[in-house]
Design a protein around this ligand. Sequence first.
Ligand SMILES: C[S@@+](CC[C@H](N)C(=O)[O-])C[C@H]1O[C@@H](n2cnc3c(N)ncnc32)[C@H](O)[C@@H]1O
Length: 237
Amino acid sequence: MKDQMPPGGHTVDASVNARAWNHIAAQDEADPAVSTPGEVPRTIEWTCWPGRGPGAEWIGDLSRTRVAELGCGTGEHTAYAAENGARLAVGVDVADQRIAQARARFGHLPAIDFKVGDAAEILDEPRLDVCFSIYGALWYAEPTRLIPVIHNRLRPGGILAFSVNAPRDGELPGRRVDNLTLTGGARLPVIHYSYGADAWRRLLAECGFADTQVLPIEGPDGSPYRTLVIRTRRGAD
Ligand SMILES: C[S@@+](CC[C@H](N)C(=O)[O-])C[C@H]1O[C@@H](n2cnc3c(N)ncnc32)[C@H](O)[C@@H]1O
């Protein structure tokens, strides 16, 4: 198990988060489902609670579109885009072991491409129609670095859709260090950026996004978590 700096990723956040997710990938390696061709999901789940929140209609018809998923993990939602008409579906992840698993599962699909690196550094496809992220780079990377990059890569009118957790009750918004717990009990730091609905609206508007919608989705009874499912558009130039 190597702890690699991601190509192009020079921020502390990217290297801390890559290390954590490479450890999770190594832990998952025993599960054949992450290293053999996988089943493409029938929809997109925007929250970690199946059936809560919108489905694939949140980003609309993907026919002939150019799509990027930022923080794609093992790649199933990038695969969804490729299977549902996208002419380009790029999955980006900062953890090289996650991308190795995504390639093993879905690399055979036409129109799909997977890339290793910090999304704020390596997203270089021009004129994208849709960028999306599910508890991915928009949650883990500094938004004032990443959102302008996404804005530059989307065509005017292109969609940015993503899910992130909101701060829990009593938590201050902003950059926070949390922990992922491995099955053996070891805890690995990860770095999140956690904001409420109004702060996301402001961050997006400041970077030239318009028509922002934020759906707050509560976790199951007793859960302290609330996920925000967000959709916005690059404004006209
Ligand atoms: C919670 S997982 C979600 C994975 C996937 N979207 C899913 O729903 O299963 C977060 C993923 O974001 C990736 N990630 C974190 N920071 C990133 C960054 N700056 N650029 C690209 N990927 C990043 C992590 O490596 C990890 O695979």
